[in-house]
Design a protein around this ligand. Structure first.
Ligand code: SF4
Length: 390
């Protein structure tokens, strides 16, 4: 394989358009990626056997969630819902319960609705083209492109955070994460790339893999990169500072006061409202406020005495939730509308958010939570950085 001389930013070989530079030599870039991928790809469960349905499930799981967490849960989810039809026909609460530990439950609802649309409109076969995929509930341009290219071999472009970073560095183009102009530029480069690729799906997956394992945000390992000779960002010495991080939106702080009440019949839970954060999921009874509340007054509201046993914060994409964990210090059952008991041995089969599990854990309830499996690990980055929900 012929490797061209490293281009430099602003050099005549790096064509420019009003929106930014065009990455040169894309047939070579694609060929290098396709040669590199088979020997560098991580072994991941959704890669062992390809199907539209497996790709749909894994792509939805990987949004905003680290790979290690998805690896832990993918096989169980597929065992429970092995086909589009089995997922489409399942009650939503069962789907949410199987999604536990992955967070961002809105994705589980979208996946469920997408399966129903595939059952009803496509004979339970995942469609092959981008337009039909993108018309499914919760499926954006990136996910549609990933499935169409990786599973069905179509020349469909993809741009997520990893791809935008690699492309920006290859071009030494100073983009900013979340900037619409930067994303338009990246989509154009990605489209150009798959149009010249001999195997668009392999090129796309290699690009994502390179971004996840080599061309990482703070410390790109250029010495180990198959595209080092093609990379203008490496040549300019600016790669690690490209792209600049997205401007963070002001995050609202909420104060939630949660009661963990356990007796010999189980733990008391209520259902969250049908819309909003963790919609429709179960949780220990909670009083929500924009300010911290007096613990004694909360106990009076519920007709019991309570003690505060823990406090923690849970950060979502748009909010910081400050949890105060309370337990009853009296024998009587609290008066809470809509509350019902779930036996401890059944807790794993109901839909609880990670935050609700943490509340239960903080109160010392003797139950194995989905958080236990990941305890003690440093949280790596999300696999897919497309924004989804809170
Ligand atoms: S050479 Fe470095 S900056 Fe360029 S794509 Fe490879 S890892 Fe990223």
């Amino acid at each position: 394989m012929t490797i061209r001389t490293t281009p430099r930013a602003g050099s005549p070989s790096l064509g420019t358009s009003p929106a930014g530079p065009e990455i040169p030599d894309l047939p070579l870039v694609s060929a290098i990626l396709e040669a590199w991928y088979p020997r560098a790809a991580r072994v991941l469960p959704w890669r062992s056997e390809r199907s539209g349905y497996r790709a749909l499930v894994s792509e939805l799981m990987l949004q905003q969630t680290q790979v290690s967490r998805v690896v832990e849960r993918f096989a169980n989810f597929m065992a429970k819902f092995p086909t589009v039809r089995s997922l489409a026909d399942a009650p939503e609460q069962e789907v949410l319960a199987a999604w536990q530990g992955l967070g961002y439950y809105r994705r589980a609802r979208f996946l469920h609705r997408a399966a129903q649309a595939i059952r009803d409109m496509h004979g339970a076969e995942v469609p092959e083209n981008v337009a039909a995929l993108a018309a499914l509930p919760g499926i954006g341009r990136y996910t549609a492109g990933a499935i169409a290219s990786i599973v069905f071999g179509q020349a469909a472009a993809i741009v997520d955070g990893n791809v935008l970073r690699v492309l920006s560095r290859l071009a030494d183009h100073e983009t900013r994460m979340g900037d619409p102009a930067a994303e338009r530029w990246a989509w154009r480069q990605s489209t150009r790339l798959v149009q010249v690729a001999s195997a668009p799906g392999v090129t796309n997956e290699a690009l994502m893999e390179l971004g996840a394992t080599v061309c990482t945000p703070a410390a790109p390992r250029c010495d180990a990169c198959p595209l080092a000779a093609q990379c203008a960002g490496r040549a300019s010495g600016r790669a690690a500072s490209i792209p600049t991080p997205r401007r963070s939106a002001a995050r609202r702080t909420l104060y939630w006061h949660s009661l963990v009440h356990v007796d010999d019949r189980g733990v008391l839970l209520t259902e969250r409202p049908a819309a909003g954060l963790w919609a429709g999921m179960l949780q220990p009874p909670t009083i929500e406020s924009d300010t911290p509340l007096d613990v004694t007054a909360i106990g009076t509201t519920w007709g019991i005495q309570v003690n505060k046993v823990a406090q923690f914060t849970h950060v979502t994409s748009h909010r910081t939730v400050d949890f105060t964990v309370l337990v009853s210090s009296s024998e009587c059952t609290p008066a809470i509308a809509g509350a019902h008991r779930v036996p401890l041995e059944r807790l794993e089969s109901v839909a609880l958010s990670n935050a609700a599990w943490r509340v239960i854990e903080c109160a010392g309830v003797p139950v194995k939570t989905p958080l236990s499996a990941s305890a003690g690990r440093r949280a790596p980055r999300a696999a897919r950085s497309e924004p989804t929900d809170s």
